[in-house]
Design a protein around this ligand. Structure first.
Ligand SMILES: [Zn+2]
Length: 477
């Protein structure tokens, strides 16, 4: 009996090395961009049981499944640190059945893998999200999903109203009015799976502040409870004054780069740098909002392969575009202004050129942050709010990285922001985010070189999730 016990682990090890398990794989002679260093090199990567087992030249391996990666580029799977999985672009304007919605929900999750994204952070996860994912999928059918919870916003504040929450955020955390309520939120058992607490400092996206923010006493309670639960604080702040308020509480990260209206001064950049906070870039929100006017972007075959047809149809509809703009402007106007005053003129101040100008400011902000060596992290904010019709899941992550390049951020820095640094921010850097022995084999294989041009991400041949390699079409089918 004892001898059997002794031999069992050896037998299992033997089995794993010789068998052709689904997650054993040899990638031959790929150009490796490891997610950390600037310089690529050529190597074989042996994957056993979903983990990187060996990296080297001319590896002798018994693994039968081999990918010839000569001339191709191998890098870590992308990590998108700002998404809203439950929000389906344009859903607000469609009369979808529950089945249709679930179908799109499933499809957009798979679109992430088909775009090369193997890990996600849902930045305002409704309580039902993780149980729903567990019910519907096996772990390797979809990306690894991390969440921010609880989501804390003051009563009557940003994203507190029923209308804002709609169907997508129906069971998001209840807005907070008291210290007791904060303590109650922190006692929820689902927090064991949380990566951090999201705290809003949002006063209003327009020129006037329309939402109350947390009083100092309540912020102190949040800080105390977050520390007790060992959860870092992720701040939602966009403008200079919101950033200033948030910085006082030493957040671990900001979920948006912001500053779409005025580029940050050197003084505040230094303050952000000193705080050591990570900044999630989210340029794709504005970049993809421009697709409402861009038929060509919507007809792109790469995009069409990733985005559900219903969503593209809604995105092309000019009547819905006008409705979407009205709704966005209305929800950002002070409550004392009646909607019949605001909505007829919505297109006057919220239009293509306004969004382009905001994007230009935001791109300049991110470039300055990167030059200042503030740790930027990739996140597209896909989904955001279902009133937006073009904030597509999956494609958004690639568009985020392309927009970072357009902003002038160095390509190897963009890759770090979407791999090793993102993993570090999520505190999963021991598992994923770089190509190293012992890490989970979440990798992508590209035909072209992303160090030369980020559009190389559109030449994705395989996404490898825990050692399982599939083509984009195979993932999304
Ligand atoms: Zn968001």
């Amino acid at each position: 009996m004892n001898i059997l016990k002794l031999l069992l682990p050896i037998f299992l090890m033997f089995l794993s090395l010789t068998s052709n398990a689904e997650n054993n794989l040899l990638i031959k002679s790929g150009t490796v961009i490891d997610g950390v260093k600037n310089q690529p090199w050529i190597a074989d990567i042996e994957i056993i049981n979903g983990k990187i087992n060996r990296i080297g030249l001319n590896l002798k391996s018994s693994v039968e499944k081999v990918i010839d990666a000569r001339g191709s580029f191998v890098m870590p799977g992308l990590i998108d640190c700002h998404t809203h999985l439950n929000s389906i672009p344009g859903d607000y304007f469609r009369k979808s059945s529950i089945e249709d919605r679930e179908k799109q929900f499933d499809q957009q999750l798979k679109a992430y893998l088909a775009a090369g994204v193997t890990t996600l952070l849902d930045a305002a996860a409704p309580k039902s999200l993780l149980p729903k994912l567990e019910r519907r999928f096996k772990p390797n059918e979809i990306p690894r999903v991390k969440i921010l919870a609880p989501f804390l916003t003051p009563k009557g504040g940003y994203f507190a109203g029923k209308h804002a929450r709609g169907d997508a955020y129906k069971d998001l955390w209840e807005p907070v009015g008291s210290a007791e309520m904060i303590r109650k939120h922190f006692q929820n058992e689902s927090l064991s799976k949380s990566t951090g607490v999201k705290v809003t400092f949002e006063e209003g996206f327009g020129p006037v502040s329309i939402w109350p923010t947390f009083r100092k006493e309540l912020l102190e309670v949040i800080k105390e409870e977050a520390a007790k639960s060992n959860l870092p604080i992720f701040a939602h702040a966009i403008s200079k004054s919101e950033y200033k308020k948030a910085l006082k509480f030493k957040p671990y990260a900001f979920v948006h780069a912001g500053f779409n209206e005025e580029a940050p001064s050197d003084e505040i950049l230094t303050e952000i740098q000193d705080s050591e906070a990570h900044i999630v870039t989210t340029l794709a929100v504005l970049k993809m909002a421009l697709f409402m006017w861009d038929e060509e972007a919507l007809n792109d075959p790469w995009l069409k392969r990733l985005v559900p047809k219903e969503q593209l149809k809604t995105a092309r509809n000019k009547k819905i575009r006008a409705e979407s703009i009205k709704e966005i402007v209305r929800s950002n106007a002070p409550r004392w202004v009646p909607s019949w005053v605001v909505t007829p003129f919505a297109g006057w101040f919220f239009n293509k050129s306004f969004i382009q100008k905001s994007l230009n400011k935001s791109m300049l902000t991110v470039k300055k942050m990167s030059e200042k060596e503030i740790p930027i992290v990739m996140g597209a904010d896909a989904g955001n709010w279902p009133v937006w019709t073009t904030l597509f899941h999956g494609a958004g992550s690639v568009i985020e990285m392309e927009t970072l390049q357009e902003a002038g951020v160095d390509n190897s820095e963009i890759i770090r922001a979407a791999t090793s640094r993102a993993a570090k921010m999520l505190k999963i850097e021991r598992e994923v985010g770089s190509i190293e022995i012992g890490k989970i084999a979440d990798l992508i294989l590209l035909e072209k070189n992303p160090l030369k041009n980020m559009s190389a991400l559109r030449t994705l041949k395989y996404t490898i999730k825990s050692g399982i390699a599939k083509t984009p079409d195979e993932w999304i089918k």
